[in-house]
Design a protein around this ligand. Structure first.
Ligand SMILES: [Zn+2]
Length: 86
């Protein structure tokens, strides 16, 4: 099973984590979006190939959100950190 490097717990089995999706910017003013733009933000994902940053929730450990730099083609992990500590 692949392992993810939790910055709080160390390397742990990926089964302990829940994928929260890609780390993408939130709208600066969500109230200014019309229904179509809000629906697009909430439901549509780009699902890019290659290097990217994802948010993972360590449900089976520290119960914190972490950011993981992962290549979606090779599954190589090049970095990780706390999601709140940008
Ligand atoms: Zn953890």
């Amino acid at each position: 099973m692949p392992r993810l490097p939790c910055p709080h717990c160390g390397p742990r089995d990926a089964g302990e984590f829940v994928l929260g999706g890609g780390d993408r910017p939130h709208p600066a003013d969500p109230a200014a979006l019309d229904d179509a733009a809000w629906t697009d933000f909430v439901h549509n994902r780009t699902n890019p190939e290659g290097p990217g940053v994802e948010l993972w929730y360590h449900a089976g450990g520290c119960r914190r959100w972490i950011r993981v730099e992962r290549n979606t083609l090779t599954h190589e992990i090049s970095g990780a950190g706390d999601a709140a500590g940008r």
